[in-house]
Design a protein around this ligand. Sequence first.
Ligand code: PEP
Ligand code: MG
Length: 917
Amino acid sequence: MLGQPAAVGKPANRALTCHRELGGIWCQNFSMSAERQRDLFKARPLHTPFQAYSAQTQKGAAVQKIESQTSAEAPDPDVTLILPAAPIATPTHGGRAKCLQRLVRLDLPVPCTVALSFRTVLRIAHGSLPGMATILQHFDDDALLCVRPSSEDPDWGGPGAILNIGMNDARYAALSETLGSEAATNLYLRFIKSYAIHVARLDPDLFDSIADDGRQALAQALLTYEEEAEEPFPQTPARQLAEVLRSMARAWEGTTARLLRQAKGAPVDAGLGLVVQEMALGLGNGECGSGVLQLVNSETGALQITGRYLSQSQGRDALQRGAASLFLERDPRGPSLEELAPEAFAQLKAHAALMRKRLRAEMQIEFTIENGQLHILDGVRVRRSSRASVRIAVGLAQDGIITPQEALLRVEPRALSELLHRQIAEDAPRDVIGKGIAASPGAATGRMVFSAADAQSSAARGEACVLVRRETSPEDIRGMHAASAVVTERGGITSHAAVIGRGIGLPCVVGASRMKFHLRRKMLVSEDGRSFREGDIITIDGTKGEILAGAPQMVEPLLDDSFQTLMAWADAERDIGVRANADTPADAQTARNFMAQGIGLCRTEHMFFEPGRLTVMREMIFADDAEDRRAALELLLPMQRADFKELFTIMRGQPVCIRLFDPPLHEFLPTDRAGLRDLAEALDLPVSDVTRRVEAMGEYNPMLGMRGVRLGITVPEIYDMQARAIFEATIETSRDGDPVVPEIMIPLVSAKREVEIVRARIDAVASAVRSERGVDFTYRLGVMAETPRACLRAHEIVQHAHFLSFGTNDLTQMTYGLSRDDAGRFMSDYVHQGVFPEDPFHRLDTDGVGELLRIGAERARAGRPHVTLSICGEHGGDPESIAFCRAAGFDYVSCSPFRVPLARLAAAQLAVRDKIE
Ligand code: PEP
Ligand code: MG
């Protein structure tokens, strides 16, 4: 006993009292028949590795029982002693239980462990406990136990482990004799505290304020428990264990836990298993302690023994900040386990190497040394950064432990985008001030500016800035290039800011409409009401869609050899092409660096956003007659020709698909007074005239108005100029290298006749250029299928097209009747309330829009069997959407340059899975 029972006011007969209580409450649980008990041991072969270990360590009362059981019936999968042949599987018992079974099979020194299935734990949560004797019979009567969660995927989390179950006054007295008073006190105190806080759910402050060692502290903890719980601290292992199991099972069913794991991808009905394990104490005589070891660095994935060991400790104490922990391997920075206990360390290293090889994964091992003897308590997959996940997978394959195909499956495609961009460090504190749509990945910090001009001034001063806009337009392009990140109040995943952001690798959050954007006052008000002004430092996390105050710590992007190796393996496996959407030479270079197989979409209108060009473009739009227009177009021609020459040169040997001019013309017109004045000056017209013309060109619904091929039909000179620029660039680039075969794509087609008319003019331009230059060339003409009608009439439209590329941004907009620029306002409500499972501009709606794609593809192939089919909307970079395109028989997907690696990996995974299944 504690020696001072009177002083702490504890009843002298407390243990007895508890036993009496238990007799009434819990004894029903002890009524398992001998036959039933035998069932549990049925499948155990004699002399298993487990037995060898148990015999060697004198642990596990189960061993003797195993040897004496010979029943032929199946073991109970619900409460199962973890033996090599026990019926344990990850989907029924969780990853931890399965891993422990594998360790047992490897003959590693794992203490006796019982696994409780998901089904059992669910029943416990609903009030139906298994008999405690069913569990306890496997352990020595005086064993201390711990319980740990075992969910199907360790990333889904679970309640924390509870150690030292079974500690009571009697065990305390006995252990004080054998291990010494200090060790016994620590064991008991630790258990009381964690039981009080996590099981009895008493106020943590009351127990956190009690010291972590000493008999005084122990007495105080017992007294506090008794006062708060209004009962003495439970004394029987059966009651303690039952309460621990119940509290862990209920914690898993709680709403917060459920939401947290669902956010990590767990299904609604994800189960929890529990493992009950005999403790190897880590406290007591001889060298005792606990630690954690892994063979790789979690941040980089490089091979490096990592972890700590702490004498006289339990659980993960060694990892606690400020603990006097030892390094594992000899280390110039301080003492190590290797020096302290060379034999145990050598064994540990050997076990870790065996686990890596046989479990075919990098594992983190929790171990205990008890009086010099090593015990392996647990193994979980090493937590890893995205960067480490690539290096680990490639490393395992290069060491012949897994195949390159398996390595491909082990890296989450979306994780790759983290490698390509700066990210906020995982453990950095985040002061989130607003949320929106994660439109372009990566993170960046800067001072807030509220106009493109201010962004450029910031850049000129060498000062990083974040551009804050209601939404962006072509006029903001220069500001976007100058900014480190962009945040907009409006817009969705395919809005201007989002598309440009992804194209140039600029972190971007759009549709942050729950914040208040006071652009005139140059002020941003956070969702919780805090005001931020121009010049204040904020951070945009375009990967998570969050706006943060201040400058959290960042992690730099890194493309190392492992990344390149993985990508090469991906390319060897995948069977669908991956191109990039690239509008500028810089985009094209990025696409080339990421090994895109060509450009699938060059949005030519983006080429006119450059300074100097915008004015000429405006002059062209304002031209009074065809003659004036031709004069402006003549100025634009050499610019376009130079653009295309540069693209063809960068992408040499690969296809470049150029989309003819698409957007509503008025998008190129100024919207503010300064812009109107500039244009008036350039045109030598009064501002009032210009203003009137701009207003006259306005449309009620510009996205369905004068844009795309409709411009090509009504103002054909624009397409003529573009075709000429393409052909002249083709001739000039082919002169000093392989012939270039350009692809020309007509946007927003809805009728066969549109294609006929445009095709006739482009053919005429081609003939003219051929005869003027005396040089022959070929080109491919294609149609962008982005209206529902184009899909439905694909068989006839395709008669005039070599290829059909589905523009799923507009197709989604038109299929849903949902403005792609305004969807951000209500999309999060729609997704939250389950109206849409996901933002359809982000993940392809395979039911509705997908139906149109399927129809379009089938009809196109029926009309022209060898037509090339592809997708060039933003969905081209989304793994699930790529799966759809591959299944529908598309030839390639085209996505933003920075998403190309992700698409290559996602496509490879689909091919590998097909081969396996
Ligand atoms: C589309 O509509 O899917 C597309 C790629 O074109 P844009 O986004 O330029 O309209
Ligand atoms: Mg479109």
